[in-house]
Design a binder for this molecule. Structure first.
Ligand code: NAG
Length: 198
């Protein structure tokens, strides 16, 4: 499908410690995460990551992670003494997510499908940053309604932003019919979108 994840590993994780004091005492109550396959713990429901050998070395069965073992976000959760971060998708409409939620989706783009359709006649149907943030806002509105409650909840939360943006470039780099110069045109928009998201 022209989406490859290998370049993602070249990109850097942006870790946002929304409240550094809480972080330094090791007492985050929950984690919220956004990104693509590098951090998705099971939101992408179909694909080879649901088949062996994925999951083989730690979970001993496939979990939807693009790894044979844990992802970096799993190590964060364990380091903070939290449960492994659940994917948001199955319970997005109803879940309370006491230990947080992972909104990351395999193959996700930073820029929206609309952007690529209008500009490049390119169909990107793997999700994007805006849809992840939209889901996050829906969950926040349900689990911590009102400005004060939302603020309190976020002050106790670790928010992990990324990796995201690799897929915005992958499809151009791995398809020989496409010019590698094209990503240079829209790279500022990718960066601006990620910045605005943060
Ligand atoms: C857009 O892409 C589709 C196939 O992906 C193609 O059929 C169509 O001709 C393209 N439109 C333009 C304006 O290039």
């Amino acid at each position: 499908m022209g989406i490859t994840i290998s370049m993602d590993v070249l990109l850097v994780f942006a870790l946002l410690l929304l409240n550094a004091d809480v972080g330094s005492c090791g007492c985050f109550k929950r984690i919220f995460a956004f990104g693509d396959s590098i951090i998705d713990t099971g939101n992408f429901r179909t694909g080879s990551m649901w088949m062996p050998p994925y999951g083989g070395t730690y979970f001993h069965h496939p979990t939807g992670r693009c790894s044979d073992g844990r992802l970096i976000v799993d190590f964060y959760a364990q380091a903070f003494g939290l449960p492994l971060l659940p994917p948001s998708e199955p319970e997005e409409k109803t879940g309370q997510f006491p230990a947080g939620a992972n909104f990351a989706v395999w193959g996700s783009f930073a820029l929206s499908p609309d952007y690529y359709r209008k500009r490049y006649n390119l169909s990107t149907d793997h999700g994007c940053l805006d849809s992840q943030l939209g889901s996050f806002k829906t969950v926040l509105a349900r689990t911590a309604p009102g400005k004060a409650a939302t603020k309190r909840l976020l002050s106790e939360s670790l928010v992990i932003f990324g990796e995201i943006g690799g897929n915005d470039y992958n499809s151009w780099f791995f398809d020989p019919r496409r010019s590698r110069d094209t990503p240079h045109q829209y790279m500022p928009d990718v960066i601006a979108r990620i910045g605005a998201g943060v």
